[in-house]
Design a protein around this ligand. Structure first.
Ligand code: S3P
Length: 228
C-alpha cells in the first residue's frame, strides 16, 4: 500500500517535471532532469535587432528574449540618453529629430558591432537609410508588428515620447504605421506582438529564430555542395 502510494507520487512528480520542462522549452529554455535550466535552444551568431513602432514591446519583450537566449540586452534609446546625458524628449526639443537620428546611428553602429545579443531600437531607427543598411548587414532584424489599438493602449501608459505629443496619439500612430510598415517589412523576420503575456511573444520569436537558423544552415549546406 505504502509502496504503491510512493510509486504513484513518484509518477506524479515525473509528470509534473515533464510538464514543467515542456513549458520551459516552449519558452526556449531547456531543462535537465533535475528541473534546472541548461543551454538555450537557439544560439546566436549575430545580434538580433528588434524594430517596430512605439509600443510594440521592443524593450520589454527584448529583455525577456535576451534572458531566454542567455545573452545580454541593450536598448538604443537608453544608450543614447546615457551618452548624451539627456532624455530623448530633451534631445528632440533642444537639437531636433535630425540630430537625434545622427546620434542614434552612431549608437546602433556601436551596438551591432559588439557581441551577439538582443538590441531594442527606437521606432524610427530602421527608417534611417544608413542605420537600416547597417542593421541588415550586421544583425538579424526582427519586426515586432502590433495592431494600432495595442500600440495606443501601451503608449498611453507613458508620456515620454516626443512624436506623440503634438496631436492625437492614435492618429499619429496610424499615420506612422502607414508610412513605416512597408519599410519595417524589409526586416529579415517578423512576429506579431499581440495583447496577452509577453512570454507568448517571446515563444513565437524563439520558434521563428529556430526556423530561420535551420533554413540558413540548409541553404549554406546546399551552397557548399553546389560549389563542390
Ligand atoms: C521614436 C520612438 C522612440 C524614440 C523616439 C522616436 C520614433 O522609441 O526613439 O521618441 O521615431 O518612433 P520607442 O519606439 O522605443 O518608443
Amino acid at each position: 500500500m505504502i509502496r504503491s502510494r510512493r510509486h504513484k507520487n513518484r509518477r506524479n512528480f515525473g509528470s509534473r517535471r515533464s510538464e514543467r520542462s515542456a513549458q520551459a522549452s516552449a519558452h526556449g529554455l531547456n531543462m535537465n532532469k533535475h528541473g534546472s535550466r541548461t543551454q538555450p535552444v537557439v544560439r546566436l551568431n549575430k545580434p538580433i535587432v528588434l524594430i517596430g513602432l512605439m509600443g510594440a514591446g521592443k524593450t520589454t519583450i527584448g529583455r525577456r528574449l535576451a534572458r531566454s537566449l542567455n545573452v545580454s540586452f541593450s536598448d538604443s534609446d537608453y544608450e543614447i540618453e546615457k551618452a548624451a546625458k539627456m532624455s530623448v524628449s530633451d534631445i528632440f526639443e533642444s537639437y531636433g529629430e535630425e540630430e537625434f537620428r545622427a546620434v542614434e546611428r552612431r549608437v546602433i553602429a556601436r551596438l551591432v558591432d559588439g557581441k551577439p545579443h538582443v538590441i531594442a531600437t527606437g521606432g524610427g531607427a530602421f527608417m534611417d537609410k544608413a542605420t537600416r543598411s547597417l542593421i541588415k548587414e550586421k544583425a538579424i532584424s526582427l519586426w515586432l508588428d502590433a495592431d494600432i489599438d495595442v500600440l495606443v493602449e501601451r503608449t498611453s501608459r507613458r508620456d515620454t515620447r516626443p512624436l506623440l505629443k503634438g496631436g492625437n496619439p492614435e492618429q499619429i500612430l496610424r499615420d506612422l504605421a502607414a508610412k513605416r510598415n512597408p519599410i519595417y517589412k524589409q526586416a529579415a523576420l517578423s512576429v506579431k506582438s499581440s495583447e496577452g503575456p509577453h512570454e507568448n511573444v517571446v515563444s513565437k520569436i524563439l520558434k521563428t529564430l529556430k526556423h530561420h537558423q535551420k533554413t540558413k544552415l540548409s541553404e549554406e549546406k546546399r551552397n557548399i555542395s553546389d560549389a563542390g
